[in-house]
Write a protein of this length. Structure first.
Length: 230
């Protein structure tokens, strides 16, 4: 839970700073900082991808995961969810609701929240969530300077959402083999690479549609055993 706690504190801390910076921070400064963090995210993703246990399994899982994700169209579903929530609070007189919903969507609906929480629960590593904490902290400064205290309250959403994923992953960890966890990590890391490239403006990969790939390595041992029977 350390990664999630740090993420929560980063959002709260960033929001507090933003409340005192009504003018926000210069766009060119925030853009350059975000690009620097994006490079770090890219490095984390590449480093994790090299820890693959079975490259063939990862390739198959990424391919099948993309098919499932595109068929369900998770990316579009998440966008529609965001639009629906935004419309509910669009006419709200208070900026607290707007700030809470906007920030909660930004921090929770993304690959880093899921992959980072899984990594935290399965391996006890928090590199992805620590990087996400820096990103969220900076964006909290920007958001809260215009949307107010609602941004700070979104930290609670992050804590609950990521905390649940982390706890579920930690319960599954003893059941899963090291090879399965390694392959899940590799798939998640490749998705993080895609996210890093998106943040740098190099690509426009629908990373949400690749998320099913993370869970497919769990099925790999059963499929391999089934094939061996024949």
């Amino acid at each position: 839970m350390l990664g999630t706690i740090v993420n929560f504190l980063a959002i709260v801390g960033g929001a507090i700073i933003g409340l005192f910076l009504k003018g926000g921070i210069p766009e060119k400064v925030s853009n350059t900082v975000m690009q620097g963090i994006a490079l770090c995210i890219l490095y984390i993703g590449i480093s994790g991808a090299f820890k693959v246990e079975n490259m063939l399994v990862v390739i198959i899982c990424m391919s099948l995961g993309a098919v499932v994700g595109e068929y369900v169209d998770l990316d579009n579903m998440l966008k529609k969810l965001g639009d629906w929530l935004q419309s509910k609070f669009k006419n709200s007189e208070s900026k607290i609701s707007e700030g809470f919903v906007s920030a909660s969507l930004l921090y929770c609906v993304g690959a880093m929240a899921i992959v980072g929480s899984l990594e935290s629960g399965l391996q006890g590593k928090h590199d992805i969530l620590f990087s996400k904490s820096i990103l969220d902290g900076i964006s909290a400064i920007i958001f809260s300077s215009t949307l107010g205290i609602g941004v700070m309250l979104s930290g609670v959403s992050v804590f609950i959402y990521q905390g649940i994923i982390t706890l579920c992953a930690s319960f599954l960890s003893p059941v899963l083999s090291t090879s399965v966890i390694a392959n899940m990590t590799a798939c998640g890391s490749l998705i993080i690479v895609g996210l890093g490239l998106n943040l740098l403006g190099v690509t426009k990969i629908k990373v949400a549609n690749l998320l099913p790939a993370i869970f497919l390595p769990i099925l790999a041992p059963f499929v391999i055993q089934l094939i061996n029977l024949f």
